[in-house]
Ligand binder design. Structure first.
Ligand SMILES: [Zn+2]
Length: 618
């Protein structure tokens, strides 16, 4: 039964429309009839209200939760919940699955599914087209070079080398939930982002965050930038001087479970040929992994190796607890926001693949690590005063060699071959004696003009030779189509002037990932299970065993769980997306939605205002 406000004023019309929209989907005729009748009554009341002075609406300020915690596990596919969920504890991810509202069909609706775009989406509720975070890196025409999502030469790193350039959220074009909280309460809310990766710490926190901290593999410090403050707080300096990080030098990463049986059953053999480790690391492809990075003492090589182990997640948990204590997060009624993104799962997934024993083990371990963090929050703030959001920035493709063995259409198209085909295509169409047409693709230093499956054309060269940009885009696209594994292409002209129909899911995702100022001129899409691949110069270097970035389910389908006041435990099979988190949080927190938010409010997972829980999703 719907509950209507006793007084109606003009402000209520939006509310009525939202209710109308939410309830229009009701399945039973009875419910529809009842709704129709209620709507009629409301319309009459509204009509009468027009002729009267609006009575003052007495509204009690909604008490907000004290703390919002966003927990991201980098590259954590949705199916890790179903493959390993029964092995999770009742404190960590297992607790979230039991006590949270769990959207089982949450997919990204953008391409490319990379770390920075995903992390920019959680708290803005927007696609890369609006956030501007179109990749981990892209070509910036203003800077005349390739930039990362958080590169900022105007800042300095705090905790790194004295002259080391810092990072900042300046390339993020939208506000976040944290920004809106701080706007709402005159900056009393505290917003902090933590991760091993700079982009994963900075982007969810947002432009007006108090701080972001990430792991610096140069010296093993948790660092920040002078974008936030002129020096890091004392507790951060103390944390770094404790050298906790160095205690993992020479640490042995073995399987968490005492027997290998569960691993063999769920992930297969440990030592398989497609896992290909950097030979210089002195590590092996199989358990146990001994973590030194090939060094004889803690050093850069060791800190880099640490990223590929569960111990870097332990470091983040310890640091997050220090942040909660020292910044007094959740200590008062002004809602604070803490974002913690665990990166080790991504590094390990890239190296060993999603069906490896290592991926299984790090999933079991991150459950325990999250459990430790949630227990700590429960003791200090109370989970009853906290909303916890759990999600991932993307999934990952199976290792092509492994998938091919199972007769899936998997392949590793070579990036160099693709570039050659496109260069040949451009020459065949445009080259003349006085016009070699060999600089039509942009290059970035030594790198040819292909980033994130986006080809960037050299406008200056095209203008010099009188080449039509739109036509040239099609020449590039058609040449790329000759490459086995390339399935489609989209041109800038097409995306800007006649966007493809939204019913075409691949096209929609490309469109959501396209920002006219930052994306390339031709975007190619690969067939499922195909990953574009560059051979390392040194054959002993590690190659990317597998990766992500596509619009296919293995890359787009991620967990989305919200646990806390206002959310009803249960599984919800309605289509959802991490872009829905921001609008849902804004609604639960009773604050303005972030500036670019396009996600829907996940009402099916809300506790209804009359105290009754909604029916479980069918
Ligand atoms: Zn990632």
């Amino acid at each position: 039964m719907l509950s209507w406000p006793t007084h109606l004023s003009l402000q209520n019309y939006g509310w009525i429309l939202r209710r109308f929209r939410d309830h229009f989907r009701m399945k039973s005729t009875f419910a529809r009839g009842l709704f129709g009748a209620t709507l009629l009554v409301v319309c009459c009341t509204v009509f009468v209200a027009f002729g009267q002075r609006s009575p003052v609406v007495e509204s009690k300020p909604n008490k907000r939760p004290r703390l919002v915690v966003l927990i991201v596990v980098d590259q954590f596919r949705y199916d890790y919940l179903t493959r390993f969920g029964d092995l999770f504890t009742s404190r960590g991810i297992g607790r979230l699955m039991r006590d949270g509202a769990n959207w089982t069909e949450a997919n990204y609706d953008h391409i490319p599914t990379y770390t920075a775009p995903g992390h920019a989406t959680f708290m803005t509720g927007a696609w890369p087209s609006e956030t501007g975070i179109v990749g981990n890196d892209w070509f910036d025409p203003d800077a005349g070079k390739k930039v990362t999502s958080v590169t900022d030469d105007a800042t300095l790193m705090l905790g790194g080398r004295p002259d080391q350039k810092g990072k900042s959220p300046r390339r993020l074009l939208c506000s976040t939930v944290g920004d809106e909280l701080r706007l709402t309460d005159n900056d009393r809310s505290k917003v902090i982002g933590i991760s091993a990766k700079d982009r994963s710490a900075i982007l969810p926190a947002g432009r007006h965050a108090n701080a972001a901290y990430w792991f610096n593999t140069d010296n093993g410090n948790m660092v920040s930038s002078n974008y936030y403050f002129s020096e890091v707080p004392r507790w951060v300096a103390n944390f770094n001087s404790s050298r906790m990080v160095d205690k993992w030098f020479g640490a042995r990463w073995d399987r968490l479970l005492p027997s290998e049986d569960e691993y063999l059953k769920r992930a297969g053999k440990d030592d398989v040929p497609w896992e290909n480790l950097d030979k210089s690391s002195k590590d092996t492809n199989a358990f146990p992994h001994v973590i030194t990075g090939g060094a004889s003492a803690p050093s850069r090589a060791f800190y880099r190796a640490l990223d590929y182990t569960p111990f870097s997640n332990d470091l983040l948990v310890a640091f997050a607890k220090e942040a909660i204590t020292n910044e007094r997060l959740g200590a008062d009624d002004d809602t604070d926001l803490l974002s913690v993104s665990f990166s080790a799962n991504d590094y390990i997934g890239h190296r060993f693949g999603p069906y490896s024993q290592e991926a299984m083990d790090i999933s079991l371990r991150v459950d325990r690590q999250i459990g430790s963090l949630l227990d700590f929050i429960d003791a200090r703030v109370g989970l009853a005063n906290t909303i916890v959001v759990f999600s991932a920035d993307h999934g990952v493709s199976p290792v092509p060699e492994q998938a091919a063995l199972m007769n899936l259409p998997a392949r590793r198209p070579s990036k160099d071959e693709l570039l050659k085909l496109v260069q040949d295509g451009l020459r065949a169409r445009y080259a003349r004696k006085d016009r070699p047409a060999d600089d039509y693709l942009r290059t970035f230093g030594s790198e040819a003009g292909l980033i994130n499956n986006n080809f960037y054309l050299n406008r200056t060269a095209l203008a010099r030779d009188g080449i039509d940009l739109d036509e040239c885009e099609n020449v590039v696209g058609e040449a790329a189509m000759r490459m086995p594994g390339v399935s489609r292409y989209f041109t800038r002209a097409q995306l800007e002037k006649s966007p493809p129909p939204m019913s075409d899911a691949v096209a929609r995702r490309v469109h959501h990932g396209f920002n006219p100022k930052r994306s390339g001129d031709v975007i190619i899409v690969l067939e499922p299970y195909n990953i574009l691949f560059t051979l390392p110069d040194d054959p002993t270097d590690s190659r990317l065993t597998t990766t992500h970035g596509s619009g296919y389910s293995y890359d787009t389908h991620v967990p989305l769980i919200i646990m806390g006041k206002g959310f009803a435990a249960g599984n919800y099979a309605q289509a959802a997306s991490p872009a829905d988190i921001a609008a849902s949080l804004a609604n639960a927190l009773n604050i303005q939605s972030p500036s670019c938010s396009v996600g829907r409010i996940l009402t099916e997972g809300f506790v209804q205002t009359n105290g009754r829980r909604p029916r479980p999703a069918r």
